[in-house]
Design a protein around this ligand. Sequence first.
Ligand SMILES: NC(=O)c1ccc[n+]([C@@H]2O[C@H](COP(=O)([O-])OP(=O)(O)OC[C@H]3O[C@@H](n4cnc5c(N)ncnc54)[C@H](OP(=O)(O)O)[C@@H]3O)[C@@H](O)[C@H]2O)c1
Length: 300
Amino acid sequence: MTSTMTRREFALLAGAAGTAALAPRASAQSASLIERAIPSSGELLPAVGLGTAYVFNSNDEATRQKAAAVLQALSANGGRLIDTASTYGDAESVLGEVIMAGGLRAKLFLATKLESPNPAELKRSLARLKTARLDLLQLHNVRDPQQSLGEFKDWKAQAICRYIGITSTYHGDFPAIEAVLGREKPDFVQVDYSLDDREAEKRILPLAAEVKAGVLTALPFGRGRLFRAVHGKELPDWAKSFAGSWAQFFLKYLLGDARVTAVIPGTNDPAHMTDNLGAMRGPLPDPDMRKRMVEFIEAL
Ligand SMILES: NC(=O)c1ccc[n+]([C@@H]2O[C@H](COP(=O)([O-])OP(=O)(O)OC[C@H]3O[C@@H](n4cnc5c(N)ncnc54)[C@H](OP(=O)(O)O)[C@@H]3O)[C@@H](O)[C@H]2O)c1
């Protein structure tokens, strides 16, 4: 059963689920944030967001508590972007309730995905997210190179969404992504890209730059694969000038590519959210350092 939270209940839930993680660190507050311009508009977007596949699947009290704490951590540390989808279990409903209870909607850049250009599916997502307008509406898992974005463009013209995008994390579908990206020129493309999965560097990122599409990187930790690869290992000394944790090491590799607009790591842990947002601060690795990072991960 779902319930509607008040703003006070949101504060209590967020506090109960992770007070320590919510307190922004003094250094994080004073340092400037890494933001990237959305190529089609020039609007600045904080470069680390939140992915919500798997983490908020069921709309129950415990999940809403975690979501409230994660969103509070996102907001308190300068983050704005949340990526969800109509197919992520109850995630849209959980987010809708928590965003409304926290009065966060105006602060957020809210992105969701539809399986097809279906008005009923769009209506359902808007209702679940409790919003009349999305920041970004994406077509999920594009497979057909002939796919039209006509309906998405109409919805953008009607101001139901501010930006449109396409996504895929299946390399076999990258030719379709390239065809649609090149022909339809959406505002964003979202693909899997991580330190150990760099297929997107070859064709998707160059084409995105050519057609002036922003890039969101799905699976920036390879669904946790990168953490498992370095399990029990210390961050190398040479990385400590730019990364305070493994998460920041992995995310800063991606942000070291200026074609990446934002990374969207998934988490239901407010301390991890705060850690991930730390990648928006301090120096980024230069091309030589990025090469060294690849060599490091390939040698594991
Ligand atoms: N086709 C598509 O459009 C598509 C496909 C896949 C994914 N996506 C998007 O991409 C987002 C990211 O992908 P993902 O969530 O599947 O995988 P991911 O971000 O690569 O990895 C998530 C894993 O990393 C862990 N993690 C997160 N931050 C951490 C930290 N600071 N320290 C240690 N562990 C940490 C999480 O565990 P905890 O929860 O414990 O933090 C979780 O197990 C999705 O949520 C979704 O929004 C899109």
